[in-house]
Design a protein around this ligand. Structure first.
Ligand code: ADP
Ligand code: MG
Length: 722
């Protein structure tokens, strides 16, 4: 039986699920979140004040205080229908993890007691043996701890109270994405406050902000089940391009189909209840591709919210007979999905440090942070590249749709002009005339709103967009913490260096503004190679970037390897964001993950071709052979045409059989290769090309074989369902 027709049948007559309109935002926002306001209602004043103090300090929360908070949390959670609690964390597997425990505890006499203590809130020991550690823990002692992160509020998800936590080894090493992110926030604050204080003495805290934009595909659930490759690898390994795809851009501007709208509406409602401040929804470039984005938040919270939203989407979609595809490249020939990470720096006095102001003084502050970020990226472009490396993202970076694998910074024509003026300044003391000139024409001329739509360069991986930088090269399934950690860390390092360079200029007798401008000028001159305003997709840029000495790591193994360079290890270790052991273990975990993903893809492709495609085409081949014999009996000439068809078909079948054998041998070789780096090389150099070759012939055969016989759901069917 042809499964394709069964699942296609199933999609007929689908109706949108009834979802009520989105209620007034204030009626539902954070109703499932144990925020400070709720805590205040459940504890006495002294406890609440102690909590607020402890939350902001480095000392952490005392056991006694934790007990009181746990008590309050449990009461609120149970009043709101929660029966279980879990420590919620983000291991390096890329998904979120939970281990549920009941609030109920059986007493020896058989009665039950609802318990949840400060101990249980503060720390847990999940069975960590199944999480990757890259050798940080011995398997016989696979102990990891989750520890409460009071910077991100607990929430009720279903009937479970989820407590955001970090995940660390027995010996304190980071096993997750959040631990290094929190450390990087800490050093960034330390480094940025003195710089911010040059402009405003009152600043006591600086923190990173993140506003992500999440792209995704929706596919009908039945059709998804008709594609073993989608189910097992998250992407289609086969499939001929549909005659119509995104050429007309009609999806981008089109209205949202009713079924999708219902899904989006429910997602919005549930997200708002969880405190995820979603605000935009629209179609994306590719058919069936969409985007959701919230208002920006403090980066740690935003990272949690993105991880939670990805999980929420996957849970809600089946109710609407959809599956969400978060993979970076679910369909060949069609745009993949990314996740733009908008990043900025905010002070506790409410100032966006990357936002230009309306006075020369504010603009000098803006310029200072702006230039330092650019210098940081210039000096560590490889680290940013590595932070977004994944098997899925390899399909986008450098493939003429996402930004290229070369990291560059786009600043727009206005800031380019400002830079050119600063570059012209003389070294050392400025004459009163120059000072006035700078005030009026350089820092005085930066408009408060720099947003200029003509300036938007979609091909840039790292673009300044008016009051924030936008990393556009992040993969759609990625955990935002990885690029955020790198960005925070390299900017922290740079800001520390800035203070040293600034003090040195001051010691030479320069005034404050002069000293700042002198240092910024040096940085601009030192960072010129990273600035690029042109077309990032072009071959000229690749050649130019090579001349400039910028890296162009096209594959994940290549990109990851760079993180082991001594200068980068030194950077992370000296700032306390990673230990050397953590860096090495992460490298191994990520490389192993890459190898495993690719090995699974190769196996699935092999099975699909030998179990689905080949039997089908062989059957069609014999049908054609019979046909030729029959036709021959009537007309030799007509049979000749049919023979040509047969020959074309045969060429692809032979290539397919040969390709299968090649892939099989390569997989056997992979199996007997132990070393992860050697495995990665085999994959990149041999297995991926073999997979591409196999696909080419399978896709050609899809066009040659009778549609009625083809066993796999076709692209046109998956991509244009309503
Ligand atoms: P687009 O890039 O789609 O044209 P916008 O430029 O309006 O959209 O904003 C993109 C994203 O930038 C939004 O999701 C928003 O949350 C985020 N954003 C705006 N200001 C900041 C900021 N100061 N820090 C971090 N993110 C921000
Ligand atoms: Mg954007």
């Amino acid at each position: 039986m042809n499964i394709r027709f069964i699942v296609l049948q199933e999609t007929l007559g689908r109706r949108p699920v009834e979802v009520p309109p989105v209620p007034k935002r204030s009626d539902i926002f954070e109703i499932n979140v144990f925020n400070d306001e709720k805590l205040r209602q459940y504890v006495d004043k002294a406890t609440f004040r102690a909590y607020l103090r402890a939350k902001d300090s480095d000392e952490g929360i005392s056991r006694q205080l934790a007990d009181k908070i746990a008590q309050a949390m449990k009461q609120w959670a149970m009043e709101n229908g929660a029966t279980h609690y879990t420590h919620w964390f983000q291991p390096l597997t890329g998904a979120t993890a939970e281990k549920h425990d009941s609030f109920l505890e059986k007493l020896p006499d058989g009665s039950a007691l609802e318990t949840f203590s400060g101990d249980q809130l503060a720390q847990q020991e999940p069975d960590a043996s199944s999480f990757p550690s890259g050798g940080l823990r011995n398997t016989f002692e696979a102990r990891g701890y989750t520890a409460w992160d009071p910077g991100s509020p607990a929430f009720i998800y279903g009937t479970t109270l989820c407590i955001p936590t970090v995940f660390i080894s027995y010996t304190g090493e980071a096993l997750d994405y959040k631990t290094p992110l929190l450390r990087s926030k800490h050093v960034l604050n330390e480094a940025a406050v003195p710089v911010a204080q040059l402009f405003n003495r009152n600043v006591e805290k600086v923190y990173p902000t993140l506003g992500w934009e999440q792209e995704y595909f929706l596919v009908d659930r039945a059709l998804y089940r008709g594609r073993p490759d989608l189910m097992l690898t998250g992407r289609t390994l086969l499939g001929h391009a549909p005659a119509k795809s995104q050429q007309l851009d009609d999806h981008y501007f089109g209205s949202i189909p009713a079924r999708v709208m219902a899904f989006m509406r429910e997602l919005e409602i549930e997200a708002l209840k969880l405190g995820i401040p979603v605000k935009t929804r629209h179609n994306e470039v590719a058919p069936n591709q969409y985007e959701v984005a919230p208002v920006f938040e403090e980066a740690n919270l935003a990272v949690d919210h993105n991880a939670l939203l990805m999980d929420l989407m996957s849970k809600l979609a089946p109710k609407h007979d959809f599956e969400v595809l978060l993979h970076e490249k679910p369909f060949a020939y069609i745009n993949g999905s990314g996740k733009h990470n908008n990043w900025s720096l905010m002070t506790d006095t409410g100032i966006n440090l990357l936002g230009p102001g309306d006075t020369p003084k504010r603009n000098l502050r803006f310029l200072t942070f702006f230039v330092n970020v650019i210098k940081a990226v210039n000096d560590h472009e490889e680290l940013l590249r590595a932070s977004i490396a994944s098997a899925g993202n390899d399909h986008r970076l450098g493939a003429n749709e996402a930004p290229p694998a070369i990291i560059s910074v786009f600043i727009g024509h206005h800031m380019t002009r400002v830079f050119n003026q600063i570059k012209k300044l003389k070294d050392g003391k400025l004459t009163p005339q120059t000072k006035t000139e700078v005030k009026l024409n350089v820092v005085g001329k930066i408009p408060e709103i720099l947003l200029d739509n003509t300036d938007r360069n979609r091909t840039s991986p790292f673009a300044f967009t008016g009051n924030k930088f936008e990393i556009r090269a992040v993969g759609s399934s990625a955990n935002c913490a990885a690029p955020m950690t790198v960005l925070n860390t390299i900017v922290a390092r740079q800001l520390k260096q800035f203070m040293i360079d600034y003090e040195q200029r001051r010691a030479q007798g320069l005034g404050k503004d002069e000293a700042i401008l002198n240092v910024l000028k040096d940085y601009i001159l030192q960072s010129e190679r990273i600035l690029f305003e042109g077309n990032g997709y072009s071959d000229e840029w690749k050649a130019e970037a090579r001349k400039r000495g910028l890296s162009n790591h096209l594959t994940t193994p290549d990109a990851l390897k760079a993180t082991l360079k001594p200068q980068y290890i030194d950077l992370f270790v000296s700032l306390g964001v990673f230990t050397e052991a953590e860096i090495r273990s992460r490298y191994h975990v990520l490389l192993e993950q890459y190898n495993n993903k690719l090995e699974i893809e190769a196996r699935v492709l092999h099975d699909l071709v030998s179990n689905h495609v080949l039997p089908t085409v062989l059957e069609y081949q014999s049908r054609l052979a019979t046909n030729i014999a029959n036709v021959e009996a009537v007309s030799k000439q007509s049979a000749e045409t049919n023979r040509r068809w047969f020959k074309d078909l045969n060429t692809n079948i032979e290539a397919l059989q040969k390709g299968l054998e090649t892939l099989k041998k390569l997989l056997e070789k992979l199996n007997t290769t132990d070393d992860d780096e050697a495995k990665a090389r085999l994959i990149v150099e041999k297995i991926k090309p073999a997979m591409d070759e196999l696909r080419t012939h399978a896709d050609a055969l899809e066009m040659q074989v009778d549609d009625e016989m083809w066993p796999l759901v076709k692209y046109r069917e998956m991509l244009f369902t309503r």
